[in-house]
Design a protein around this ligand. Structure first.
Ligand SMILES: *Cc1c(COP(=O)(O)O)cnc(C)c1O
Length: 380
């Protein structure tokens, strides 16, 4: 019999059995199969398996677990691996939702977090206590695009008997695979590069069963399972992930290079620029010549100039999120980092006119032309 090439969307919450014994065996894990989609759904499982293959090519001991969102994957992982009295070390400049987990929700559960600059490996080592159960990092930080030394952080975590968990959303497995650099678990917001089309929300956690097992159990009880329709879209996105991300990375490095020296632009940040403070670390950890699809530029003239630049763009979208095939900009000080005043922004290394560009898959020359004309518009 022939078989469908497209992935079947199994839009069913519950599964029927021929016998009571079979139901009992499946639900107890004695036999393979599906019983209830919060536990496992075939479409969601297919998506997760495809991510595991990308994060750990050639390894059959690595699995992935699918989630309703990136935050579901992150919160479930933290709850699965931390308990009251534990201490976690994470990035001061981490994703906003993760920041609230570390500073608001975890303390309510008796878990305290030290947030610092994860590129400062010595500071991380100094922050370890006998209660440190996890070191948590992001492969590429937002919006400063700093790159921590994953190998060194893994060593620090493991010497302390702690787990090393990496949110690798900004890199995608095409650019960097944290498990190859010592991470115990890699996490993603699949909403970004993995899906790639800004049309589905999801998340995923990847690791060996010893680390992923508790995450899966917590996911089942906390309930952040991935819906089959979203799983279909995210799985379809994966088919073009390497093509998209390679193009996005090449265009981002081109944009970063070409916008340097524009009279309206101060500092340009992108891990592919030799001037980037962790360019060497990125070159060691990342796939050759791939440095991610994000660029930040400091537009001269403060907040109003940064926003005017966004408004002057004709094809690039002013939009939240990142990683999709559409190029997008966000003015950092008025959106993702709006809680910070100018002093706090300066302390975080964010200029008031800073704009984050998530480079899409459009023609790079057309993209560059739009960015240049908008910069010219704010200069004149
Ligand atoms: C978007 C994002 C998240 C959260 O993912 P959702 O899918 O929006 O829940 C977590 N970490 C990073 C780095 C992100 O960019």
């Amino acid at each position: 019999m022939s078989r469908p090439l497209g992935l079947a969307v199994v839009r069913s919450a519950a599964f029927a059995f021929d016998t009571a014994q079979h139901y009992s065996d499946v639900v107890a894990g004695r036999a393979p199969g599906y019983s209830y989609s919060r536990l496992d759904n075939p479409t969601a499982v297919a998506f997760a398996a495809a991510v595991a293959a990308l994060e750990a090519p050639g390894r059959d001991d690595v699995r992935a677990d699918p989630f309703a969102s990136g935050m579901a994957a992150i919160s479930t992982t933290l709850i699965a691996h931390l308990r009251a009295g534990d201490h976690v070390i994470g990035p001061a400049d981490c994703y906003g939702g993760s920041y609230s987990l570390f500073t608001h929700w975890l303390p309510r559960l008796g878990i305290d977090a030290t947030l610092l600059d994860m590129t400062d490996t010595a500071a991380v080592r100094a922050a370890v206590t006998d209660r440190t159960a996890m070191v948590y990092a992001e492969t590429i930080a937002n919006p400063t695009l700093t790159v921590p030394d994953l190998t060194a952080l893994a060593a620090t975590a493991h010497e302390a008997g702690a787990r090393f968990v990496v949110d690798s959303t900004f890199a995608s497995p095409v650019v960097c695979r944290p498990l190859e650099h010592g991470a115990d678990l890699a996490l993603h917001s699949a909403t970004k590069y993995l899906g790639g089309h800004a049309d589905a929300t999801g998340g995923v956690a990847v690791g060996t069963p010893v680390h992923l097992g508790p995450v899966r159990e917590a996911r089942i009880d906390l309930g952040g399972c991935l819906a089959p329709d979203e799983a279909f879209l995210l799985h379809r996105g994966l088919a073009t992930l390497p093509l998209r991300v390679r193009r996005q990375c090449a265009s981002a490095t081109l944009v970063a290079d070409k916008l340097r020296g524009h009279p309206a632009v101060g500092r340009v940040r992108h891990p592919g620029l030799p001037s980037h403070p962790q360019h060497g670390t990125a070159a060691r950890l990342f796939e050759p010549a791939l440095f991610g699809g994000l660029v930040t530029i400091d537009v001269h003239g403060g907040r109003s100039a940064g926003m005017a630049f966004c408004d002057a763009l004709q094809t690039v979208q002013v939009a939240s999120s990142l990683g999709s095939v559409h190029s997008k900009v966000s003015h950092v000080a008025s959106t993702t980092h709006r809680q910070l005043d100018d002093t706090a922004l300066a302390a975080a290394g964010i200029a008031p006119g800073q704009v984050r560009i998530s480079v899409g898959a459009e023609d790079p020359e057309e993209l560059l032309a739009d960015l240049r004309q908008a910069l010219d518009a704010v200069t004149s």
